[in-house]
Ligand binder design. Structure first.
Ligand code: COA
Length: 163
């Protein structure tokens, strides 16, 4: 059984991430999409909200599990018996950061290999920061995130406006 971990902040999950998950499913027997609890980012959604949102979005996907993790990614991967870490490469600008992370993870655990997948070119410019910004200013998000995520974003923005 070939298990892969797809880690990220997913604040929120976008069509670009989903594209990567669909490609990973073709290669691996199980893909564990996992939300990192400890990042330097100040997230819009809590970890539990993001896990719930991803589960809602991927409800019909077979061979996909959703979770969160704390600590080192390689430790989490080992605990799940995963042999691969999936990362999306959108443009050359992703390369340096991803290269550094992949080599560091390999140094930490040589038995886990990072696999880079390229999402469809229509998503190369997309990231979660842009999605949050468009949501805050009430723009159309239909090309970027699924309707479920649009609902989560609308609810969050409404709550923030009340504060
Ligand atoms: N489509 C659209 N957007 C994508 C994308 C895709 N296919 N792939 C990445 N992105 C975007 C994300 O939306 C995110 O955008 P944002 O910065 O505007 O929020 C950005 O690219 C990168 O984010 P993400 O892929 O979520 O990665 P990350 O850099 O936030 O997360 C971790 C990195 C969590 C994997 C890493 O910090 C980690 O492993 N932490 C655990 C601790 C550890 O083990 N550290 C040592 C690692 S070397």
């Amino acid at each position: 059984m070939k298990v892969a971990i797809y880690p990220g902040t997913f604040d929120p999950i976008t069509y670009g991430h989903i594209d990567v998950i669909e490609r990973a499913r073709e290669i691996f027997d199980k893909v564990i999409v996992t939300v990192a609890r400890n990042t330097t980012k100040r997230p819009f959604f809590s970890v539990d909200e993001r896990v719930r949102m991803i589960k809602d979005v991927l409800r019909t996907y077979k061979k996909v599990e959703v979770s969160s993790f704390n600590g080192l990614l390689v430790d989490f991967a080992r605990s799940k018996k995963a042999t691969a870490i999936i990362r999306g490469l959108r443009a050359v600008s992703d390369f340096e950061y991803e290269f550094q992370m992949a080599l560091t993870n390999r140094k930490l655990d040589n038995s886990i290999t990072t696999v880079f997948l390229m999402p469809h070119e229509k998503y190369t410019y997309l990231n979660s920061t842009l999605v949050r910004e468009i949501a805050l200013f009430g723009g159309d998000l239909s090309d970027f995130v699924p309707p479920i995520v649009q609902k989560y974003l609308a609810k969050k923005v409404k709550r923030l406006r009340k504060k």
